[in-house]
Design a binder for this molecule. Structure first.
Ligand code: MRU
Length: 357
C-alpha cells in the first residue's frame, strides 16, 4: 500500500500531501486554520471523498481551537466554521457528513461538560479517531471487494482491473476505496495488473493512481481516457472498479467525470462494473442521482491544463468535475458493511441499518 501519508496530525497542525504536485514532487503543506483547509480542499491539495471528509473534520477543529468564548458561543462559532468549510466543494457528501458529525459531537460534549476546553479536545479526538476509522473502513471494503474480484478472475494468475480517477490510498487516509481490494489482495500474494484511465482534465489517474500503485509495487498501465474501449476490447479486463463521491438512495453514483462513459463501455463489453465506497458516501436523503449537486470547475483546467494553452483563447469550455452513473449500469456497490446489488433501494437501506462485517 502507498507509503506516503495523505493526512497526518503533527500535534500543532494538519500535514497534507500536496496532491497538485504529484507525481513530480512529493511535498507536504501544513494547515493551521480553517481558511487554509478550505483552500486546500478547493484546490485539490487534498482530494477524494474520504480524505475531504477527514480533512474537513480537522478544519472545523482548527477553526475553533483559539476561540475564547463560552460553550454556547463556541457552538455558534463552530457552526459558522462548518458552514464556511461546506462551501469548498459541493459533490463529495463525506464533506457534509463529517461537518455534521463534528457538530453533533460538540453538542454532546457541551451537554456533558460546559468547559470550552473540553469541547475543543473532544473535537480534536473525533478528528483523530476518523483517521483510524477511515483505515479500518477501507480495509473492510478491500476484504469485501476482493471476494468479487477473485470470482471475476477465476482461473487466471493475474487479476486485470481497470479504474478511473484515483480512489486509492491518496483519496483517503490509507487503502482507499476502489484500490483497497487490490492492496488487500496484494498483501496476501495475489497478482494484479491495473489499467488506469489518465482522467482528463486533472489527470488524477495518471498523476496519482499510477504514482501510488508504482510506489506499492503493483503493475499499472496508464491509458488516455479515449483508449478505454480499445483496452476493454483487446485486453482481458476481469472487472472495472471505481470509487464514488456521492451515491443516491437508489444506487445512482456520482464519481469523477468520465465514469459514466466507462460504465457504458463495461456494459457493452460485458465486464462487471463495481463501485467501492464507504457507507458515509451514501446520501440516503437523495432519492436519485438527479438530485446530486455537480461541481463545475474553472475553464482553465481544460483550456490550459498543466501549462500550454490547449484550446483557443475565449472559446467556451465545459468542465463538470463529476458525472452520474445510473444504478442499472452498476454490478455491485461494495461497502465496509457488505456488498449491495440491485434493487439498490432495498440493499442499500439494509446496509444502513446493519453492522460492519
Ligand atoms: O475531484 P476529486 O479528485 O476529489 O475526485 C475524486 C473522485 O471522483 C474519485 O474518482 C473517487 O472515486 C471518489 S473519492 C473515493
Amino acid at each position: 500500500m502507498n507509503p506516503t501519508p495523505t493526512i497526518t496530525w503533527t500535534g500543532e497542525c494538519v500535514r497534507l500531501l500536496d496532491q497538485t504536485q504529484l507525481p513530480a514532487r512529493t511535498v507536504f503543506v501544513d494547515i493551521a486554520d480553517e481558511q487554509q483547509m478550505w483552500d486546500a480542499i478547493k484546490r485539490l491539495v487534498v482530494r477524494g471523498a474520504p480524505a475531504i471528509g477527514v480533512s474537513a473534520a480537522f478544519g472545523a477543529y482548527l477553526g475553533v481551537r483559539n476561540f475564547g468564548g463560552d460553550a454556547r458561543a463556541l457552538l455558534l462559532r463552530l457552526s459558522e466554521v462548518c458552514d464556511y468549510l461546506a462551501t469548498s466543494r459541493p459533490t463529495a457528501v463525506n464533506l457534509f457528513w463529517a461537518l455534521k458529525r463534528v457538530q453533533r459531537i460538540a453538542l454532546q460534549a457541551s451537554d456533558d461538560d460546559s468547559d470550552p476546553k473540553q469541547i475543543k479536545q473532544r473535537l480534536l479526538d473525533e478528528a483523530l479517531g476518523m483517521l483510524d476509522e477511515d483505515c479500518a473502513t477501507n480495509k473492510a471494503i478491500g476484504e469485501n471487494g476482493l471476494q468479487l474480484l477473485e470470482r471475476c478472475a477465476t482461473g487466471s494468475s493475474v487479476i486485470n482491473v481497470l479504474t478511473h480517477c484515483n480512489a486509492g490510498s491518496l483519496c483517503a487516509v490509507q487503502y482507499g476505496t476502489a484500490l483497497a481490494p487490490i492492496y488487500v489482495g496484494a498483501q496476501r500474494g495475489l497478482r494484479f495488473h491495473v489499467y488506469s484511465d489518465e482522467t482528463r482534465p486533472l489527470l488524477q489517474g495518471s498523476r496519482i493512481t499510477a504514482y501510488e500503485l508504482q510506489q506499492s509495487g503493483i503493475p499499472v498501465t496508464v491509458l488516455c481516457d479515449n483508449m478505454a474501449a480499445q483496452v476493454m476490447r483487446s485486453q482481458q479486463i476481469h472487472a472495472i472498479i471505481v470509487g464514488a463521491d456521492r451515491i443516491a438512495a437508489n444506487g445512482d453514483v456520482a464519481n469523477k467525470i468520465g465514469t459514466l462513459g466507462v460504465a457504458i463501455l463495461a456494459k457493452h463489453f460485458n465486464i462487471p462494473f463495481y463501485v467501492a465506497a464507504p457507507i458515509s458516501t451514501i446520501d440516503y436523503d437523495l432519492r436519485t442521482g438527479k438530485e446530486i449537486p455537480i461541481e463545475h470547475r474553472a475553464p482553465e483546467e481544460v483550456s490550459h491544463g498543466f501549462g500550454q494553452p490547449t484550446a483557443p483563447k475565449g472559446v467556451e469550455i465545459y468542465n463538470p468535475a463529476f458525472d452520474v452513473t445510473p444504478s442499472d449500469l452498476v454490478s455491485a456497490i461494495i461497502t465496509e458493511r457488505g456488498v449491495a446489488t440491485a434493487p439498490y433501494e432495498a440493499s442499500l437501506a439494509a446496509l444502513r441499518s446493519s453492522e460492519s462485517k
